[in-house]
Structures are given as structure tokens and as C-alpha cells.
Design a protein. Structure first.
Length: 365
């Protein structure tokens, strides 16, 4: 009989795509999701072949129902958003860390084969850098605000950003990053103690059709697209030159399937990105052009948001070797697909409201 996989948070953006990926590969899929309004602004249709359990991952009774007869787990359920996590602290800690604790307490009582947990590139804080003397720098710090957003060495010289590998020491710059690190470590620690295989995937900036366009705290491409859809320019913190790695949701779904299937990776941690870095300003201009609004030049705030980092993009060497993962979605093609989907949607742009909330709390400077 085909293996049954539980996806926590499976009705979300990544989860919906993963249900298709796993069902198409012959798995029986069950989803546990609380359908939180900030993420699920529209009705969710998972299809007739997906079992759905409505419930919160923090609720032991819901988790018990969802785990009945399950062979493997993909743990996606989480609150996601750097800025919001810096003031809605209890909510993020409860959903992400207490939720993982409840799931793992119930999972270790059962013959679970493998758990794949969604970690995040945010745990790195700043990515890996090289200084002017050629030395690698793991714990870089900010140069300041105003015109000086770049990361500097002790002599005040700009550092060169490098692809960030998994061995880079975490620098937890936000409550969100802290909770994701706890999710990752708790899953790997308890799974190893109870003889369950576990794999953690550190996801970079995931994009694609189906993102929550009305959530102003996560998914920068979706936030930009929502602004453009409403005839407004993308809004960017700092100077727009911060570099990120945008990975298509199709590649992420495939990475999770590989994390369930690949032998010999128990206890492993793997970056999942595109291997291509791009500035946030470039991305804003490219999505505007893809949506037919190249006239909507990004609005540069010139201010930094608490918890944000300057540069971080993925070194995929470990994922290629361990999981057999390689990204297949090239960025221009993926942007065109996202733009076509967005043009068929309607969305309320909440970006200004989110910015005012952060400013009121002193989290933008």
C-alpha cells in the first residue's frame, strides 16, 4: 500500500503545491491546517484525493487524529513574517515552537519513518561574506542606517557577499528566525532520540502562483505583485540593493519529496534555493515589467526594518550531493507565470498598513 504522508500547514501556499507533487508520485496525502485568515484569504480546494483534518497543530487532539495511520510527515505549519514577529511575539512562538512540540510529542509515540521540517534561510541572519583580505566572515554586522546599509568589517570596509552554506553559524536577527531555528533543532533532536529519520530544509525566498497576496508580512514578490495589481509602485526598505535568492514553489515541492525519499540523509540540513542571487530592486522592476507596468518604479524607503538582513543567498552544494536536488525553474519564466496568475486575481494592498504598524512600534529607522 502507498505511504501516507501528513502535511501540517498543507493548505498553505507551499503545502498545496506539495500535495500535488506527492499525490502525483503515488503517495496518500493527509493535510492538517487551521486555515488562518491572514494566509487563507480565499477558499481552499485540495481536491478529492486529499484527506483534510481541520485543526491547529498546537491542539493535541487534532494532531492525534491527523497522525492516525501516517507513515511520514512534512511539517510546514508556521507563522511566517520577520517584521510581524518582532511585535506579535507570543503568537509566533506559540504557533511555531509550541506547535512543533505538540506534533513531536505525538509523533514519537508512533512508527513514523521520516519527518521533513521546513526551516528557513532567516536563521543565518547575515549570509556568508569575504573581507578585503580574503578571509571568510561568518558573523558580519551592519554598517548603519541612512546611506550606510552595507555590511562592514572592523576597519569599516564593505564585505563581499558569498553563497551561504549550511555550516555557516546561525545569527538569529528576528523572533521569526529564532522560532524557525527552534522548529528545526527540536525536530532533529527528538527524531534522533526516538529512532525516527528527520531532514530539515532551509527554504530561501519562495515564490509562485498561489501566494497569499493580501498578507503584507511575507513573500516579498507577492507583496510587490499586490501593489502593482492595484496600480501602486512596489515599496522597498533600505536602498533596494540587498541581495536575495528566489526559488520557485515547484522546486521547493520537489525538494520536500526528495527529502522524504532519499536514503542516507537522516539528520541532514539542506538549503533549498535557486542558486541565483538578485537585488530586491531588480526583482521589483522585473515583476512590474512582467505584469505590464514597467512604469511603476520601486518606491525606496531609505529606512531599515528591525530583524532584516542585508545579503543572503544559497550555496546548493549539499542539496545537490545529498538530496539530488537541482532547481529547474528559471527566474524569468517563473516571474511570467506568477504575473499571469496575479493578473487574474483581486487583492487588497495592505502594505502601507503594515509599514505604519512597524513605524508606530519603532521597528523602522
Amino acid at each position: 500500500m502507498a505511504e501516507r504522508v501528513l502535511i501540517t500547514g498543507g493548505a498553505g501556499f507551499i503545502g498545496r503545491r506539495l500535495t500535488d507533487e506527492l499525490a502525483g508520485a503515488g503517495y496518500r496525502v493527509r493535510v492538517l491546517d487551521a486555515l488562518v485568515g491572514q494566509v487563507h484569504s480565499r477558499p481552499v480546494d485540495l481536491g478529492p484525493d486529499v484527506e483534510f483534518v481541520a485543526g491547529d497543530v498546537r491542539d493535541p487532539s487534532a494532531v492525534t487524529r491527523a497522525l492516525d495511520g501516517v507513515d511520514s510527515i512534512v511539517h510546514l505549519a508556521a507563522e511566517v513574517g520577520v517584521g510581524q514577529s518582532m511585535y506579535d511575539v507570543a503568537r509566533y512562538v506559540a504557533a511555531n515552537d509550541l506547535g512543533t512540540a505538540v506534533l513531536m510529542e505525538e509523533a514519537v509515540k508512533r512508527p513514523i519513518r521520516r519527518i521533513a521540517v521546513a526551516s528557513s534561510m532567516s536563521i543565518y541572519g547575515e549570509g556568508l561574506y569575504r573581507d578585503a583580505d580574503g578571509a571568510v566572515v561568518e558573523t558580519a554586522g551592519r554598517g548603519g542606517t541612512g546611506d550606510g546599509f552595507e555590511v562592514l568589517d572592523d576597519a569599516g570596509r564593505p564585505l563581499q557577499p558569498l553563497p551561504t552554506p549550511e555550516w555557516k553559524r546561525p545569527t538569529l536577527a528576528s523572533v521569526y528566525a529564532l522560532t524557525k531555528y527552534v522548529q528545526e533543532r527540536m525536530t532533529l533532536t527528538l527524531a534522533a532520540a526516538y529512532g525516527i529519520e528527520a531532514v530539515a530544509l532551509r527554504l530561501f525566498n519562495v515564490y509562485g502562483p498561489g501566494q497569499a497576496l493580501e498578507n503584507p508580512y511575507t513573500g516579498v514578490l507577492a507583496i510587490f505583485a499586490s501593489r502593482i495589481l492595484n496600480g501602486r509602485p512596489p515599496m522597498i526598505f533600505e536602498d533596494g540593493l540587498q541581495r536575495r535568492d528566489f526559488v520557485h514553489v515547484d522546486d521547493v515541492a520537489r525538494a520536500f519529496r526528495l527529502a522524504l525519499e532519499r536514503p542516507g540523509v537522516a539528520g541532514g540540513v539542506f538549503n533549498v534555493g535557486s542558486g541565483r542571487d538578485v537585488t530586491v530592486a531588480e526583482v521589483a522592476r522585473e515583476i512590474a515589467a512582467a505584469m505590464g507596468r514597467p512604469d511603476l518604479e520601486p518606491e525606496i524607503a531609505g529606512k531599515a526594518r528591525a530583524g532584516d538582513i542585508r545579503h543572503c543567498f544559497a550555496d546548493l552544494s549539499a542539496a545537490r550531493a545529498g538530496l539530488g536536488y537541482a532547481p529547474t525553474r528559471v527566474f524569468p519564466e517563473g516571474l511570467d507565470q506568477l504575473a499571469a496568475w496575479v493578473r487574474a486575481q483581486t487583492a487588497t494592498d495592505r502594505t502601507r498598513d503594515a509599514q505604519r504598524e512597524l513605524e508606530t512600534r519603532g521597528l523602522v529607522a
